[in-house]
Design a protein around this ligand. Structure first.
Ligand code: SAM
Length: 395
């Protein structure tokens, strides 16, 4: 619950945070009269701003606060400031090359801190998810998708999270076209739900669609997310696939996608930790690839503390493969370039699991960040490769 005083009266409302942020303790009421500089200062000090003004003005205020995140200090001439900033950047860049893991943790902490500060503009919601503000959009459908049916209780959410929810609602409606999924009926879209890993960087999908595959009667897709890999395997003609997933929202998302694509008669989705019963001729897994603690549940598809899912997959693979079966591990090596995991450790886990590498197929990521020199992790990202490791049981 969140508590605050308004016009001398104590109020409470349900606090909503998908990113796992605690309910704010210091809250002031804010409206269109609040200047962006003051809003930014209050937010930096840890004070949340419960908005009572015009909804669109709250959006503008947030944009103005975002611009302040990047603002350089105001001392000295512009030329002098640029010179200082550029010298500092050179020192930072050199330190980052020396210790990429420290650079990664610093960058993550800064991103988290910025998100917390920007998340302090708050929007009230009525018991039916209506927004009691001027010029507010009707977000009841988007909210119901993420939080389930409204319970009649008023609640409060950060504007930033609400905007993320609108984006997710649009992605879910529109879907992402993946050529590897196309069938005669023109069904080729995956519709990601809020918080479910979206295959928007599709190069690993092309690997799953094209790497030579033996004829098998049963495949497992471990950690299916939207169901995309299971769907590609079904399109490749596999008669039976069991897909597993630990996140209930992803399970529902995968089931919906597989039904839309018309392959749900061949794919069964189970909510389970890693493994289904039995052994398969092909086992595919695209685990989270950064060994670091997720800062919120919605980060669990990317961050995996101590590589738990990766190691669990490797350790259990042999016992879930048919004698001549193959495991396909899809893994980015970004963690290696960031100094968070070594290639030697990965190869040791494979070996200790009684497995051997039967082949490797690699692709370079095509997404914008991979080639953006302004990205703080550019050095590591520019070297990133995603590899499909073909693993078999050692004799
Ligand atoms: C990188 S995402 C990949 C999703 C999907 N396979 C794809 O390729 O788009 C990793 C997925 O593994 C799921 N996951 C994480 N730990 C798991 C576990 N122990 N058992 C099953 N699934 C898990 C996550 O919820 C997430 O959906």
């Amino acid at each position: 619950m969140m508590e605050w005083q308004e016009n001398g009266v104590a109020h409470t409302a349900h606090w909503r945070s998908e990113s796992g942020v605690a309910a704010p303790v210091r809250v002031v009421i804010a409206d269109d009269t609040l200047a962006a500089d003051d809003a930014w200062r209050l937010a930096c000090e840890g004070t949340a701003l419960l908005w009572r003004g015009d909804f669109q003005n709250a959006r503008h205020l947030l944009e103005a606060m975002m611009r302040r995140v990047e603002r350089k200090p105001r001392h000295g001439s512009r030329k002098a400031r640029d010179k200082v900033a550029s010298a500092a950047q050179t020192v930072d860049a050199e330190a980052d090359v020396q210790d990429p893991a420290a650079a990664f943790h610093r960058h993550r902490l800064a991103t988290l801190q910025r998100a917390r500060t920007l998340g302090r503009v708050l929007i009230p919601l009525d018991g039916d998810y209506g927004i009691p503000l001027r010029r507010a959009p009707d977000l009841r459908a988007a909210c119901t998708e993420v939080w389930g049916d409204a319970d009649g209780q008023p609640s409060v959410v950060s504007l930033r999270e609400l905007l993320g929810l609108i984006g997710a609602h649009q992605w879910r409606r529109k879907g992402i076209e993946l050529l590897a999924l196309g069938d005669a009926a023109g069904r080729s879209r995956i519709h990601p739900w809020y918080g479910v890993f979206s295959p928007v960087r599709g190069e690993y999908i092309d690997l799953v669609a094209t790497v030579p595959m033996a004829e098998v009667d049963l495949a497992f897709d471990i950690g299916t997310g939207t169901g995309v890999i299971a769907a590609v395997l079904a399109r490749r003609g596999l008669p039976r696939i069991v897909a597993t997933e630990i996140d209930p929202r992803a399970v529902a998302c995968a089931r919906e996608n597989l039904a839309r694509l018309g392959v749900d008669d061949r794919v069964q989705v189970c909510e389970t930790d890693l493994w289904p019963e039995g052994r398969a001729g092909l086992v595919v897994c695209n685990p989270p690839w950064i060994p670091a603690r997720p800062s919120a549940p919605i980060e669990r598809a990317i961050y995996d503390e101590e590589s738990r899912m990766l190691r669990g997959f490797l350790a259990g693979l042999r016992d879930h493969l048919q004698p001549t079966g193959e495991g396909w591990l899809i893994l980015s090596d970004l963690a290696e370039h960031l100094g968070l995991r070594t290639r030697a450790a990965l190869l040791a886990w494979i070996d200790q699991a009684g497995l051997q590498v039967a082949g490797q197929h690699s692709v370079k990521p095509r997404h914008g960040k991979a080639t953006d020199p302004a990205d703080p992790l550019h050095e590591a990202r520019s070297k990133e490769l995603t590899t499909l490791w073909r693993l078999t049981a050692k004799a």
